[in-house]
Design a protein around this ligand. Structure first.
Ligand SMILES: Cc1ncc(COP(=O)(O)O)c(C=O)c1O
Length: 315
């Protein structure tokens, strides 16, 4: 039978953001049969990642209150996905976009942003995403009137996009049963906003933040907070728990999800799913059962050559 439930007519690509599906993981969770694990597929957003939500809200709010106009250039630092989202919505909303990124991000990332007409500025690859943040601040300070700098690390609309979107959607889909939520920490917007919404639910939901185990890691999109600039939107009291995941475990779980679940996911998503499966197995062993929702941030094809095949972490 054909299911036409997702078919709808929309006026702009911006309306395609959100309402992402939750898919049950059945094989990688086989050692935890009493626990349901659902992956929220954020790659189903039009820009291919969870960052569409934050980028769109930061842009539309600024357009509404006049901080962003057609005469200004939107500028920000990005590890990639937010840049794709700014670029896509910039094109759709008639906003010029300029991005600062470490020069070693994949060729594909640069090409996707440029395809939408975005201009790129490169920062020192050895300084990672913190170097890109410092560089964008310098560029804006030199000519503040020309730019709108959303600064995803301190912009409240980043977590609010997840409060009103991701969190509300999870409750709509599995509010009757969800017991745990797992998401990684990058800007921390997903974790902060979604958790705040889930904590308003009548039943307690335990929220677990995923962080790389090592300062030098290959889980692009995630931050090792101890050794990084801590984002101003981060409140350490929001997550109930921090789960640390190694690069190898994140990459291996991403591979397993492709082969065993038909989900070709990125490495930060692999780390999130690894933490969710480890949690599900613990709940099962302890006889609790449960329902875990885990964020799948983007698709694995965004991490093709050279990193994927070399298995080397050039940060
Ligand atoms: C691939 C990927 N995973 C995870 C994250 C983390 O999401 P957030 O910035 O909401 O913490 C990001 C954000 O940049 C990302 O690009």
């Amino acid at each position: 039978m054909t299911n036409l439930g997702r078919s709808r007519r929309i006026q702009s690509v911006t309306e395609a953001v959100g309402r992402t599906p939750l898919v049950r993981l059945r094989v990688v969770t086989s050692k935890a049969p009493s626990v349901e694990v659902y992956a929220k597929l954020e790659f189903a957003n039009p820009g291919g990642s969870v960052k569409d939500r934050a980028a769109l809200r930061m842009m539309t709010t600024a357009l509404d209150d006049g901080r962003l106009t057609s005469k200004k250039i939107l500028i920000d630092s990005t590890s990639g996905n937010t840049g794709v989202a700014y670029s896509l919505f910039g094109a759709a909303l008639g906003v010029r976009v300029r991005l600062v990124m470490p020069s070693n991000v994949t060729r594909a990332r640069k090409d996707i942003a440029r395809a939408f007409g975005t201009e790129l500025i490169f920062s020192d690859p050895m300084e990672g995403s913190d170097g890109a943040i410092r560089k964008v601040r310098e560029v804006v300070a030199a000519d503040p009137d020309s730019y709108f700098y959303p600064d995803q690390y301190s912009n409240p609309d980043n977590p609010l996009a997840h409060y009103y979107g991701t969190g509300a959607e999870i409750l709509d889909a599995v509010g009757d049963k969800v017991t745990h939520f797992v998401a990684g920490l990058g800007t921390t917007g997903t974790m902060m906003g979604t958790t705040r919404r889930l904590k308003e639910h009548t039943r307690p939901i335990r929220c677990i933040a995923v962080e790389p185990s090592e300062a030098l890691h290959g889980l692009e999109g995630l931050k090792h907070l101890e050794s990084s600039l801590v984002p101003p939107i981060y409140d350490p009291h929001v997550p109930d728990e921090i789960a640390r995941v190694t690069t190898e475990d994140g990459w291996d779980m991403a591979d397993r999800c492709a082969r065993e679940e038909g989900l070709h996911i990125g490495h930060s998503s692999g780390a999130n799913v690894f933490a969710a499966v480890r949690l599900a197995e613990k709940l099962h062993r302890e006889g609790h059962g449960g329902c875990v929702v885990v964020i799948v941030c983007d698709r694995g094809d965004r991490y093709f050559a050279p990193m994927k095949w070399e298995r080397r972490y050039v940060w």
